[in-house]
Design a protein around this ligand. Structure first.
Ligand SMILES: Cc1ncc(COP(=O)(O)O)c(C=O)c1O
Length: 421
């Protein structure tokens, strides 16, 4: 028996009950051919595909219940309000927040981080204060903090990593001090797949008197999230990476912190009373939700949460881990291929370079074989700089992917090597 076959067998033994073929039936987009080949979708870290449950919920809202929320006494408004608010309740369960009022609807993780940097940051950060981020952050967890630091004369400090793509906790410890106001770190890296030890990191930050924001954009689709067990102060995620639609996400914040923060945007719904002299603000969570929100998106997002909850995050994580083991083993057999990101704790992301072949060429040849991967800097240019590569090819996997699709990727990469030999 070849080692790859045995890797596949032992990997699939990890999750014997996972019926991936049944699950694939729920994702209409997967049933197509691209350039005459069956689509292999390995770009779920950029955005995940949507099951019928999500597509149908959005369609039903527009066909049957469409109305603006919160302000109407009529039946349609009540139905749409109930459906939208139901998603907040589902999110509370999904993340184990204490209360629905701690969950703010935002456009996505980017807006969640900007909300905290802008609202909490402007009030609480002064010249000489420090914000700690990590070397593997997505640009959306770098730039808002940089903007805040520029405005306030504060300092951005960066936790370094080792060559596997793991954060150096002893260096992190040294960065924490009396001027540290906030630690903002990814739960899972989009470019490397590293799962950071955020529980420990949060404890360390709290020990130094700092708050912690976790960027959960890449963790929420793969791992069970429990904001209370983590003791996270803020935790944000994007609906579209979690099998829901684009333009919707969640910012979790501890109520006492959110209550003390000024509003992020002004407008309808976030007020209690308005006169030309003075405005009083609404209670949580509405204080942070100005204007008509993405109602259809919120309802679709709720359907996505139901969908993954029905399958079970534990089962999803176990199956994806078996895919990751199999894929890692298979890719490492390709001569000249170097994996970028080999952390001991990893989510199902395979980022790599092949000697002498530009990632864009790899992506283009794979696309001709129906295989969708992402090439570039993955909105994490400092990660590319750290590994001294201009870009990588990233195959990001989800629970609707199969071992056979990984075989197709390996065959595709052999083809790439033939073309550029
Ligand atoms: C780790 C990480 N953080 C934040 C984001 C931003 O998410 P969004 O573009 O949905 O706001 C992404 C998107 O790729 C991400 O991977």
């Amino acid at each position: 028996m070849s080692t790859i076959t045995s890797a596949r067998q032992s990997a699939s033994a990890v999750s014997p009950a996972f019926d991936v073929e049944r699950i694939r039936e729920d994702f209409p987009v997967l049933k197509q051919e691209i350039h005459g080949k069956p689509l292999v979708y390995f770009d779920s870290a950029a955005t995940a595909q949507k099951p019928f449950a999500v597509i149908d919920a959005i369609r039903k809202f527009h066909e049957v219940d469409c109305a603006n929320i919160h302000r109407g006494v009529h039946e349609l408004s009540q139905r749409s309000t109930a459906a939208y608010e139901e998603t907040r309740t589902k999110t509370r369960k999904f993340m184990n927040a204490r209360s629905r009022t701690e969950l703010i609807f935002v456009r996505g993780a980017t807006e969640g981080i900007n909300l905290v940097a802008s609202s909490w940051g402007r009030k609480n950060v002064a010249a000489g204060d420090e914000i700690v981020i990590s070397a593997m952050e997505h640009h959306s967890n770098i730039v808002p903090w940089q903007m805040l630091c520029d405005e306030k004369g504060a300092k951005l400090r960066v936790i370094p990593m080792n060559d596997r793509g793991e954060l150096l906790l002893e260096e992190y410890e040294k960065l924490l001090g009396p001027r540290t106001r906030m630690v903002a770190v990814a739960h899972v890296s989009n470019a490397l797949g590293t799962i950071n030890p955020i529980r420990q990191m949060i404890e360390m930050a709290h020990g130094a008197g700092a708050l912690v924001l976790i960027d959960g954009a890449q963790a929420a689709p793969h791992l069970k999230i429990d904001v209370q067990a983590l003791d996270a102060d803020f935790y944000t995620l994007s609906g579209h990476k979690l099998f829901g639609p684009t333009g919707i996400g969640i910012l979790y914040g501890k109520a006492k912190l959110l209550n003390a923060m000024p509003p992020y945007q002004g407008g309808g719904d976030m007020i209690q009373t308005v006169t030309f002299e003075k405005t009083t603000y609404n209670d949580l969570p509405y204080k942070f939700e100005a204007g008509t929100p993405n109602i259809a998106g919120g309802i679709g997002f709720g359907a996505g949460l139901d969908y993954v909850t029905r399958i079970g995050m534990d089962k999803i994580a176990a199956y994806e881990h078996s895919l990751l083991l199999y894929g890692t083993d298979a890719l490492l057999r390709i001569p000249g291929l170097r994996l970028i990101g080999t952390a001991r704790e990893k989510a199902a992301v395979l980022s790599f370079v092949i000697e002498g072949i530009h990632p864009h060429d790899i992506g283009t040849v794979l696309d001709r074989q129906g295989i969708a991967v992402r090439t570039g800097h993955h909105c994490a240019q400092p990660v590319m700089d750290w590994f001294h590569v201009p870009a990588t090819t990233r195959a990001s996997l989800s629970f609707y992917n199969t071992f056979g699709e990984i075989d197709a990727l390996v065959a595709g990469l052999h083809k790439v090597k033939e073309v550029f030999a």
